[in-house]
Design a protein around this ligand. Structure first.
Ligand SMILES: Nc1ncnc2c1ncn2[C@@H]1O[C@H](COP(=O)(O)OP(=O)(O)OP(=O)(O)O)[C@@H](O)[C@H]1O
Ligand SMILES: [Mg+2]
Length: 247
């Protein structure tokens, strides 16, 4: 068994709202091994984004431990968490989060800039990723001149350009057409198979989840023990499991 690159152990996340507390995650224990593509699926409000944000170090659990590459996030301060996140994690958002005033090239170059690279566009990692994602012709454009699919490809290129070992994607196809969504999933799949990355995808869509090596299910903040993997991971199997699990 490979080392887990991401780990949540007995994680609870309570959101306090006045006198009321919502338990968004309850006792979640979950590991992602290096070099795998894992999908977490579940209905709206089941805690998917909460879990992804915790695993990215964007949020801290109410109790329990989160480890990125073996480092316990509770042992780090905000700055330490930021540094490990920058180095280890690429994050893909549903709404792309591109900087509208910057070109495609400048958006993609941002993580390299944060890592101290003065001219990101001259960096071999930049050239490689632009080619890999088929963005060579678009590098001079600003985001408003791109289709949704092109925006998401740009946003994934930005998430992986500094070669973080882990890519977290929260509903990356939520705002895309079926075919643009398939392109994005194929790129995430190739990032695992050809670039050796680890991908954790959050989706409510069994068609997207079918791209993963392993599918897990969240329901009302609880990670269900069921795992769909290997040859069983076709879309209809996943949809059937979701129906059986009441998702
Ligand atoms: N900042 C917050 N404050 C209070 N409650 C929150 C907060 N963020 C999320 N919640 C609640 O926690 C629960 C889980 O939310 P979460 O966003 O993780 O769900 P999700 O599975 O990602 O849903 P979706 O598919 O709609 O994105 C929900 O009940 C939600 O209302
Ligand atoms: Mg969500």
């Amino acid at each position: 068994m490979n080392e887990p690159v991401l780990e949540a152990v007995d994680v609870y996340r309570l959101y306090e709202q006045g006198k009321e507390a919502v338990a968004a995650l309850k006792d979640v224990t979950f590991r992602v091994e290096a070099g795998t593509f894992v999908a977490i699926t579940g209905p709206s409000g089941s805690g998917k984004s909460t879990l992804l944000n915790l695993l990215a170090g964007l949020d801290v659990p109410s109790s329990g431990a989160v480890r990125i590459a073996g480092r316990d996030l509770a042992a780090l301060d905000e700055r330490g968490r930021t540094l490990i996140r920058r180095e280890r994690i690429g994050f893909v958002f549903q709404f792309f989060n591109l900087v509208p005033t910057l070109t495609v090239a400048e958006n993609i170059g941002l993580p390299l800039r944060l890592a101290g690279v003065k001219r990101p566009e001259d960096d071999p990692r930049f050239t490689r990723i632009v080619e890999f994602f088929g963005l060579s012709k678009l590098v001079g454009r600003r985001p408003h001149m791109l289709s949704g699919g092109e925006m998401q490809r740009t946003s994934i290129a930005r998430a992986v350009v500094h070669e973080p070992p882990i890519v977290l994607a929260d509903e990356p196809t939520g705002n895309l057409s079926t075919s643009a969504g398939r392109d994005v999933l194929e790129l995430l799949r190739r990032s695992v198979d050809e670039l050796g990355r680890t991908v954790l995808l959050v989706t409510h869509n069994p068609r997207d989840a079918a791209f993963a090596d392993q599918v897990r299910f969240l329901k009302d903040g609880t990670l269900l023990p069921e795992v769909v993997e290997g040859g069983d991971k076709d879309e209809s199997r996943i949809a059937d499991r979701m129906a059986v699990l009441g998702l």
